[in-house]
Design a protein around this ligand. Structure first.
Ligand SMILES: Nc1ncnc2c1ncn2[C@@H]1O[C@H](COP(=O)(O)OP(=O)(O)OP(=O)(O)O)[C@@H](O)[C@H]1O
Length: 294
């Protein structure tokens, strides 16, 4: 199937020799949710801005439905920025009207208000909104033109966990309507819940790309056993697969029971043993040698 959007060998240099994006390629199919994950400064926002048509690549190309971005592209996309300037002294309803007037193509206003749960706050001055309400309005604004492709750049940064979960529910509803979604996020749980596929970006390059669960399964056995470093007997060398970080030893293992018996036999102190399931955070650390949050 033809991708809805494709990044081909994107490179973006900034003045001063900063190579923000150093050759990024990927394809997103219609209806898919694709996530870009990476630490601060990895090049996610710059990549997004090139895909959105807001920045010109230094080299490489963005294709929408197989064609270079044309003048009508902005009618087909919706963008939820990290910070969108909402006009002072405007109500929620007035904001929606103003942003809708910028497009020829329009979403059904009542449906949008229902979808984003704005019915009770239509008359509120946008300056008085809570973080969650503001995000719902910014999502509605990104959807005013009923876009085929929705860009969400760190949509839930700064939200409390409850508002974040509510927001995920809204995105799932948007997806059910067939909208293709591109998202950047620092939150692994968000990526695992929302994204069909992800690309992990570090220093302007894609380190790995695929379905979150496949990537984790390919790189890790099913479980991680974690012990404090002090629990390991001095006389016993660490096995080569053990990873030591922050005073903790991590042992990847396919089967928990035999591994715990082996630890008992060598005299390890098991009183503070913890069992974990590998996640995208672990994957990122393994592939890049540093943590995702910095
Ligand atoms: N206008 C600019 N001029 C010069 N350097 C820039 C500019 N914008 C971004 N950079 C640099 O380019 C690199 C990539 O930045 P970018 O904002 O794309 O990363 P990011 O992954 O989105 O980070 P964050 O998660 O913090 O938003 C960083 O080193 C950043 O300092």
């Amino acid at each position: 199937m033809q991708p809805l959007i494709e990044a081909r060998h994107l490179v973006r240099l900034y003045p001063g020799g900063v190579r923000a994006v150093a050759g990024i390629s990927f394809q997103v199919a219609p209806g898919e949710c694709f996530g870009l994950l990476g630490p601060n400064g990895a090049g996610k926002t710059t990549t997004f801005e090139m895909l959105e048509g807001l920045q010109t690549p230094t080299s490489g190309q963005v294709l929408f439905k197989g064609q270079p971005l044309g003048r009508t592209y902005r009618e087909s996309i919706g963008i939820q920025f990290q910070t969108t300037a909402l006009q002072d002294f405007q109500t929620v309803a007035e904001s929606l009207t103003m942003f809708a007037s910028l497009y020829r193509r329009r979403a059904d206003r009542d449906e949008l208000i229902r979808l984003c749960h704005l019915g009770d706050i239509l008359d509120r001055d946008t300056r008085t909104l809570s973080g969650g309400q503001r995000q719902r309005l910014l999502l509605a604004i990104a959807l005013v033109n009923d876009p085929e492709l929705l860009f969400l750049d760190e949509p839930t940064t700064g939200l409390d966990p409850q508002s974040r979960r509510n927001f995920w529910g809204l995105i799932e509803q948007v997806r059910r309507r067939g909208t293709t979604v591109l998202i950047t996020t620092h939150y692994m749980e968000e990526a695992e819940r929302l994204c069909d596929r992800i690309a992990i970006v570090d220093q302007g390059r894609i380190v790995v790309e695929g379905r979150p669960q496949d990537l984790i399964r390919d790189q890790f056995p099913a479980h991680l056993i974690r012990l404090p470093e002090s629990a390991w007997p001095d006389a016993v060398p660490l096995p080569p697969e053990a990873l030591v970080q922050n005073g903790e030893i991590e042992l990847p293992t396919a089967e928990v029971a035999p591994q715990i018996e082996a630890l008992e036999r060598i005299g390890a102190d098991l009183s503070a043993l913890r069992l974990a399931t590998p996640n995208l955070e672990d994957l990122f650390l393994k592939l890049t040698g540093h943590a995702l949050r910095n």
